[in-house]
Design a protein around this ligand. Structure first.
Ligand code: 5AD
Ligand code: SF4
Length: 353
């Protein structure tokens, strides 16, 4: 198969996803990188990632911090969060992400509101105040509004799979696909840049499902997407069920291929090089950037807590130190968008702060 032969409908995308020819996959990633540079430019935008808590009320069958798993839980103090945010400002990351398990208790909701207001006050020198993305699961619309008013302007909520049947297979009965979709539309209506994404290479997932995921991002008109390979966690129901899933090599290749296809399908959106690529290959996130991704999230969670944010086995992952990838990327033709929010250019014209 040649890149020029891809047709951009469900059938054509599924054929491209199913084609395992390494020459085709390499050519596709190269083409996506070319299109990325031509459309959104050579910059990669940084988001300092802080994993605020691994406490979660949900029980997704694939997740290593699901409610029913016995594991050490933590919640970062305000001081710890703000100190990580100060690091992001000092290193001129431009934006930050607060990610955590889903929690609906009032104390947590208030804590996020309080932190958002304080993060907006952090001194960034000549740069604009830090741009803030939240990734804290499904919340009542009023909570999304409260956080938006307090200064968050982007929100990541993965659909996990756009196929409602597959969604049902990988979640308990009380996790509703429709509720999740509603949350995504709430976010959009409130005014957030609403990002979504799905896991790649899961049990039961077909090439058509992955094609539908891409078409879902297009239909939702997502200004940003963060998607990455599924990585099994040894103690989750999905792993223990014994349901087969693609090899690590295949999941990695699929992860890169999905980034590349999405870049070609939606040239001007923001696409993140997900952490789960790194688990499969030490250069994974970097390869994501060379396959069309333009957002990189250096992990600023203190190491002691980061090892407990164990969505999947991530033995190789460590906090990104000052001399790590973010800095070394510049040596490879990638321009780091220091001190900039790096909002999606999708659906916008004019200057981006
Ligand atoms: N493999 C890959 N990604 C996972 N996530 C949760 N568990 C796994 C896993 N086993 C992802 C989900 C969720 C995000 C926070 O982490 O997509 O949205
Ligand atoms: Fe909770 Fe998210 Fe894990 Fe589901 S994937 S159990 S919502 S942290």
């Amino acid at each position: 198969m040649q890149v020029s032969e891809i047709t951009w409908d469900r059938e054509g995308l599924a054929a491209a996803i199913a084609c395992e020819d390494p020459a085709f996959e390499a050519a596709l990633c190269e083409e996506a990188y070319r299109v990325k540079v031509a459309t959104v430019g050579p910059e990669v935008y940084l988001r300092g990632l802080v994993e605020i808590s691994n406490i979660c009320v949900k029980n997704c069958f694939y997740c290593g911090i699901r409610h029913d798993i016995r594991c050490p839980r933590y919640e970062l103090s305000d001081e710890a969060v703000l100190s990580a945010m100060q690091t992001a400002a000092d290193r001129r990351f431009g934006s930050v992400v607060i990610q955590g398990g889903e929690r609906t208790d009032a104390a947590f909701i208030r804590k996020i509101t309080r932190l958002l207001k304080e993060i907006k006050q952090i001194d960034t020198g000549e740069d604009p105040p830090l741009g803030i993305t939240l990734s804290l699961g499904e919340q009542p619309r009023e909570v999304y509004e409260e956080w938006f008013d307090a200064g968050a302007h982007r929100y990541l909520l993965r659909i996990e799979s756009s196929n409602p049947d597959l969604y049902r297979k990988i979640h308990p009965e009380d996790h509703s696909y429709d509720r999740r979709l509603q949350a995504l539309y709430d976010l959009k209506e409130i005014g957030y840049q609403a990002g979504t994404g799905a896991m790649i290479g899961m049990p039961f997932q077909t090439a058509e499902d992955l094609a539908d995921d891409l078409l879902f991002y297009q239909k939702f008109d997502a200004p940003m997407v963060g998607m990455g390979p599924y990585n099994p966690h040894p103690e989750t129901p999905l792993t223990l069920s014994g349901a087969p899933y693609p090899s690590a090599e295949r999941r990695f290749a699929l992860g890169l291929k999905m980034i590349a296809l999405l870049r070609l399908l939606m040239p001007d959106i923001n696409i993140a090089a997900a952490t789960s690529l790194e688990v499969l290959d030490p250069r994974g996130r970097e390869m994501g950037l060379f396959s069309g991704a333009n957002v990189f999230m250096p992990n600023l969670t203190p190491r002691e807590q980061m090892v407990k944010y164990n969505l999947y086995d991530r033995k190789t992952a460590l906090p990104d130190g000052p001399s790590s990838l973010a800095d070394s990327l510049s040596g490879q033709g990638i321009v780091i968008g220091y001190g900039r929010w790096g909002d999606s250019k999708h659906g916008k014209s004019g200057l981006v702060m």
